[in-house]
Design a protein around this ligand. Structure first.
Ligand code: NDP
Length: 337
């Protein structure tokens, strides 16, 4: 039973020395267990996070422990109801040939599935990531411009194609001419820009003459810097991944810290300008007047004013406002001459 374990924690890009191949006896399935033999192992960017012991949304792999990962596996022995030898399953058995499972997080696959590895990609976790992130958070509308980075990858390729099927203009971002050509010719994107090109930001701007309505973020770093000025009013940014930051480097700038926090804590951060709400939500405006008016009248809501007399004192009062000299809502009482 070959098993690849984490040998040490990389500080930057992982290298071969951070992994170790070990040989172990094939285990026997005990009561309530089954023995699985992996046929396909998924390798995904999130595994870089598991190699680190920095706090994250999921526990890290311990030194000497098997690297985590999703597999398509065959049941070899089973003492579990519902699973029998020969069954094909998707399971998180990690980077090893054989593993024992108690059935948790195991999904059965059709035994005659034509392309079992698809359960690790387009029909599995990455495909669902693309579909959910784009449609639920991105809310793409026909005619809008959708930009996706890592455009030919497991997630990005599905994002862009689903957006095309929804009638959007789709611009991919990928590394190198070959990937860009594939995105346009095979995946049907309207354009694809090479993020390694010297004039990448300019090319991206030219490919998005109407700006960007949905940016599906997989990368962060310099790619995000180029996207940021092009985002339209009310743009949506499903924040899925920041692969450019996973090996460190730019990881300590305030914007990269912000992006990582937003992602790992699933923070919903939404800019808003109140003027929109006057038109968009007359119901909310009416509720505001009614409820806050009543609270004020009943003394349930306290309100303090800082009253300055005389129009001529407005400039000084305003300057003070910016220095924190006001205490409460600053208003000028204009003398009625
Ligand atoms: P991919 O198949 O897209 O492979 C990774 C790609 O990332 C590379 O091929 C490369 O594409 C690109 N890349 C790597 N380093 C850089 C860099 N420094 N700058 C720009 N691009 C880079 O992987 P996945 O589709 O599996 O994952 C894509 C993203 O989605 C990742 O960030 C991943 O962490 C995230 N993800 C998030 C999930 C979630 O639940 N939030 C779930 C699944 C994935 P290229 O050569 O085109 O630049």
């Amino acid at each position: 039973n070959r098993r690849i374990v984490l040998a040490s924690r990389p500080q930057a890009a992982p290298t071969a020395e951070h992994f170790r191949l070990e040989q172990h006896p094939v285990p026997e399935a005990g009561a309530g267990q089954m023995l699985l033999r992996a046929e396909w192992l998924s390798l995904d960017p999130y595994m870089r996070g598991r190699m680190s012991d920095a706090p994250s949304y999921a526990p890290s792999v311990g030194i000497g422990e098997v690297m985590t990962g999703g597999t398509v596996s065959r049941v070899v022995q089973s003492n579990l109801d519902g699973f029998k030898p020969g069954d094909l399953v998707m399971a998180y058995t990690g980077w090893q040939d054989y593993a024992l499972s108690d059935g948790s997080l195991v999904t059965k696959l059709p035994a005659d599935m034509a392309q079992p590895s698809h359960a690790l990609g387009v029909l599995g976790m990455p495909g669902y990531t693309a579909y959910a992130g784009l449609l639920d958070i991105g809310q793409p509308q026909a005619g809008e411009t959708v930009v996706v980075a890592a455009a030919t990858g497991a997630v990005g390729s599905v994002v862009g194609q689903v957006a095309k099927l929804r009638g959007c203009r789709v611009v991919g971002i990928a590394g190198g001419a070959e990937k860009c050509e594939y995105a346009v010719k095979e995946l049907g994107f309207d354009a694809c820009i090479d993020h390694r090109a010297a004039d990448f930001a300019k090319q991206l701007e030219q490919a998005c003459p109407q700006g960007i309505d949905v940016y599906f973020e997989n990368v962060g770093g310099a790619v995000f810097d180029a996207v940021l000025p092009l985002l339209n009013v009310h743009a949506r940014v499903p924040l899925c991944g920041l692969i450019a930051q996973y090996n460190g480097g730019s990881a300590d700038t305030s914007s990269s810290v912000l992006m990582r926090r937003l992602l790992t804590r699933r923070i919903h951060m939404q800019g808003f300008i109140i003027f929109d709400y006057y038109q968009k939500r007359p119901d909310l405006l009416a509720a505001f007047h009614k409820e806050v008016g009543a609270w004020l009248a009943e003394g349930k809501l306290r309100y303090r004013e800082d009253v300055v007399d005389g129009l001529e004192n407005a400039p000084q009062a305003f300057i003070g406002l910016l220095q924190g000299k006001n205490f409460g809502k600053l208003v000028i009482r204009i003398d009625q001459k």
